[in-house]
Design a protein around this ligand. Sequence first.
Ligand code: 5GP
Ligand code: ZN
Length: 134
Amino acid sequence: MDNCIFCKIANGEIPSATLYEDEDFRVILDVNPAAKGHALILPKAHAANIFELPDDKLQKAALLAKKVAAKLKDGLNCDGVNVLQNNGSAAGQTVYHFHMHLIPRREGDNLGLLWKPGKLTDEDRLDILEHCSL
Ligand code: 5GP
Ligand code: ZN
């Protein structure tokens, strides 16, 4: 992908603050962090989103997220870590190269990443179970 900024960063064509690199991934610091230590896991091979990412890479990304989250928690002595991943503009994706966010959290930091809880209605429950059960 010639015009993909994360392809260029992941493959070292554009320098980045790198926490980890292997043949498949680069883990970088987000340039506009939600919190100190906000990191991004980028696959080196372009995939726009979770649907395009091959299963073996997704498995590796999940294991890497666990390692990076543990290191951030330890290294920054924070209270928790959000692991987030957006697919599509409606879901907040702004860079269309798969990435996982790791966001260190502290009690009371009020980052506002969470949603206002709704109510699961009978109608929705039936609709979802009918159309989305695997
Ligand atoms: P999204 O909204 O697509 O899930 O997240 C994109 C993330 O990439 C944002 O948190 C944004 O700050 C980060 N980002 C965008 N461009 C760059 C860049 O050039 N370098 C780095 N390090 N992060 C970037
Ligand atoms: Zn890309």
